[in-house]
Design a protein around this ligand. Structure first.
Ligand SMILES: *[C@@H]1O[C@H](CO)[C@@H](O)[C@H](O)[C@H]1NC(C)=O
Ligand SMILES: *[C@@H]1O[C@H](CO)[C@@H](O)[C@H](O)[C@H]1NC(C)=O
Ligand SMILES: *[C@@H]1O[C@H](CO)[C@@H](O)[C@H](O)[C@H]1NC(C)=O
Ligand SMILES: *[C@@H]1O[C@H](CO)[C@@H](O)[C@H](O)[C@H]1NC(C)=O
Length: 370
């Protein structure tokens, strides 16, 4: 597998030193876009799943949130913020917009937040509707339907031209694909090349459909987050007798990410006015795995919170073991990064070089005011 090399070490010093800066100065400025609309899975969910009946994709209990303001579990799969929160901070917001389902019961509030942004992401969901159990996750199709209802509600307050202007200047973030790959892998441990290509192309076709729908609803600026090296998460490692990364999962991830690049290039060249950046969650995680010490990390295999081998055999529940030095861990739980990792992700994707965000970074995307 073609792992990204020591990119962070090659960065010019001023950029690199930002990673080590203790304080975060963004978050106070005027936001660079009017609103953020967020779609995807548990890498982006900030609490939608708290409102669902099913029980298998939730994080609204300790030790989750232990480093969030007031040590509050919010439904984020993290000890603190997730990567979307950090991206939102760089754009000038306090953190991710609130979960759609927390607003859905309050029409007037909902309309207000529709103007500032909404987070539709749902842990366990994928690009395919078949990924994730129906009563514990919101599929991507459903997330886009919810966005469409926000648009309809806005028509009661704003003229169509105003809504078009609002949406065309806003940032649409999508972070999805990992759960589809996990679901496929759990059914197909040894797929051959043809089978893999068929699977990836089914994912990419569906991803393209979602993008076209969001474009039709008014989205123009897309911040796409690719899939990290899934095989190196504590859960897959716990399944591997050698304790190494599960290479088949990493290969599927690389193939998906490669096809996603081609898709974005194709779609943006056919849809007028569409702009995008692909943030490489994959490059960020591989860099931490390859250069932990340089970035202030000590532990890149074992999760901070969980049970069993690598703390990867089950999730972060109130009775799980939890580490004390959380800034030194790459992974928070069996599948998700820590606040410390998310912070580096946010910085690298927002303002980093092409290895971390291409063809432009998120900063260029949101500072383009056309
Ligand atoms: C959710 O679905 C699971 C099976 O996927 C089922 O066991 C459970 O009873 C369902 N819960 C609710 C509240 O519908
Ligand atoms: C609905 O949202 C509005 C605007 O934020 C807020 O003032 C109001 O208290 C909310 N109502 C309920 C019932 O939560
Ligand atoms: C891959 O597996 C399929 C069966 O799922 C088989 O029909 C096909 O010939 C195989 N292709 C290769 C290149 O081995
Ligand atoms: C931890 O708590 C969960 C319920 O939250 C329970 O299912 C599990 O058995 C407990 N594990 C241990 C090791 O006590």
């Amino acid at each position: 597998m073609a792992a990204p090399l020591h990119f962070l070490l090659l960065l010019p010093l001023p950029f690199f030193s930002l990673f080590l800066a203790p304080a975060f100065s963004s978050g106070q400025k005027e936001p660079k876009v009017p609103a953020l609309y967020v779609f995807g899975d548990s890498t982006a969910d900030v609490g939608n799943n708290n409102y669902l009946p099913g029980n298998n994709a939730k994080a609204n209990f300790p030790h989750n949130g232990i480093d969030f303001p007031f040590s509050r579990p919010t439904g984020r799969f993290s000890n603190g913020y997730n990567g979307i929160d950090f991206l939102a901070r760089h754009v000038g917001f306090k953190r991710s917009p609130p979960p759609f389902l927390s607003l859905a019961s309050n029409m007037s509030h909902d309309i207000m937040r529709g103007v500032k942004g909404t987070n539709f992401a749902s842990g366990g969901s994928g690009i395919l509707d078949s990924t994730g159990s129906t009563n514990s996750t919101i599929s991507m199709t459903k997330q886009i339907q919810y966005f469409s209802t926000v648009r309809s509600q806005l028509t009661r307050r704003l003229a169509i031209e105003q809504i078009d202007e609002l949406f065309s200047k806003s940032l649409f973030i999508i972070s999805s694909g990992g759960n589809d790959i996990f679901a496929y892998f759990s059914q197909n441990r040894f797929p051959n090349v043809t089978e893999r290509q068929n699977f990836i192309s089914s994912l990419i076709t569906k991803y393209g459909d979602h993008l076209k729908e969001l474009y039709a609803l008014g989205g123009r600026k897309f911040g796409i987050v690719n899939v990290p090296p899934l095989g190196c998460c504590p859960y897959p490692r716990s399944l591997n007798p050698t304790g190494g990364c599960l290479e088949m999962l990493n290969e599927l991830t690389q193939e998906f990410n490669g096809a996603l690049k081609v898709l974005m290039n194709d779609v943006s060249s056919t849809l007028a006015g569409m702009k995008y950046s692909i943030g490489s969650s994959n490059a960020v995680v591989m860099n931490i795995v390859n250069n932990p010490g340089t970035l202030g990390f000590q532990e890149t295999k074992t999760a901070c919170c969980g049970f069993g081998k690598f703390n990867g055999e089950s999730g972060c529940t109130p009775n799980a073991t939890v580490c004390s030095d959380r800034r030194r861990y790459l992974f928070w739980d069996l599948l998700h990064p820590t606040h410390a990792t998310a912070k580096i992700f946010g910085l690298a994707v927002y303002s980093g070089p092409e290895q971390f965000a291409s063809p432009i970074n998120f900063k260029k995307l949101v500072e383009d005011y056309n």
